[in-house]
Design a binder for this molecule. Structure first.
Ligand SMILES: Nc1ncnc2c1ncn2[C@@H]1O[C@H](COP(=O)(O)OP(=O)(O)OP(=O)(O)O)[C@@H](O)[C@H]1O
Ligand SMILES: [Mg+2]
Length: 277
């Protein structure tokens, strides 16, 4: 009885049948450029997938397609069996996909708590009219949200929790990254997309980030991650599976230890480096 009444029969239960997130033949074209070309992947509940590839390969664009910022030219995205292709970003967020951006999108003039509360907006019920008509309920909801935001900050990093009433703009780069993860978690996602979470971090911060991500994985066992990453230490330390993108195409997939030795992957990195040099 305890597990009954989950509703939406047939739309959930990715653990029972099929992957949590699945992209098939996903492409987007900007004029003459095919930025993402026929990419297929799937992600199980609780899994971490790392996406690597040279600059301009199409990694962030892939996130923009999955999170609804861009509409694919072709292909499909399914979440827990439901076709979410072409849905607007807010609907995809509400369906359970949260993300961080390659360049920080925090509100520098708001406190850490408020930044995290903003991440909950797709889950809170009080709208502007409710707030005017029923201020007591609105205040209660806001207080509950602030308490939950505090818990999330503690989960991601006790340091952040200690500084929860400071302004986000005062944080060092590494803590901003962590705060963005806390904000993404606030929307209660099933899948979280992190776009280069270690950028701007030194080795020590990256190690701490790896531990933070591991901790959230233990605390939220069903949560899945897709992580775009340049720092190979993080790639080697975290995921079970890596997908390599080059010129918009998936050129390899598998355990990092195997993928990194593939000639096509080495060429992608070396070849591109040579043209940049
Ligand atoms: N809105 C857009 N309009 C036109 N071209 C775009 C647009 N968004 C991305 N592109 C192009 O698509 C390609 C892939 O860009 P993308 O930002 O996805 O690469 P990336 O793999 O994330 O690179 P990096 O590692 O540098 O972040 C690039 O050539 C980029 O210029
Ligand atoms: Mg990018």
């Amino acid at each position: 009885m305890g597990e009954a009444g989950m509703g939406e029969a047939g739309m959930r239960g990715p653990g029972l049948s099929g992957p949590l997130l699945e992209a098939r033949n996903l492409s987007i074209r900007f004029g003459g450029l095919v930025a993402v070309s026929r990419v297929d992947f799937s992600l199980a509940a609780g899994e971490v997938l790392c996406v690597i590839g040279p600059n301009g390969a199409g990694k962030s664009t892939l996130f923009n397609l999955i999170s609804g910022l861009y509409r694919p030219s072709s292909g499909t995205v399914r979440l827990a069996g439901r076709d979410i292709t072409g849905w607007p970003a807010h609907r995809i967020a509400a369906a359970g996909i949260a993300r961080t951006f390659q360049s920080s999108r925090l509100f520098a003039d708001l406190t850490l708590i408020d930044n995290v509360v903003i991440g909950m907006h797709c889950r809170t019920r009080t709208g502007v009219f409710d707030a005017l008509l029923r201020p007591a309920r609105a205040r209660a909801e806001l207080e509950a949200a602030a308490a939950r935001a505090g818990d999330l900050l503690r989960l991601v990093s006790p340091d952040l929790h200690d500084r929860r009433h400071s302004l986000a703009g005062a944080l060092p780069q590494a803590d901003r990254r962590r705060l963005e993860i806390a904000r993404a978690l606030a929307s209660e996602p099933k899948v979280i997309l992190l776009d280069e979470p270690s950028s701007g971090m030194d080795d020590r911060d990256t190690d701490a980030l790896i531990e933070d991500i591991r901790l959230t994985m233990t605390e939220r066992p069903g949560l899945s991650y897709i992580i775009i990453e340049h720092d190979m230490r993080l790639v080697a330390a975290l995921p079970e599976r890596v997908m390599v993108i080059d010129y918009g195409e998936k050129i390899a997939e598998g355990p990092f230890a195997e993928v990194r030795l593939m000639p096509r992957v080495q060429e992608a990195y070396l070849g591109r480096k040579a043209t940049h040099a």
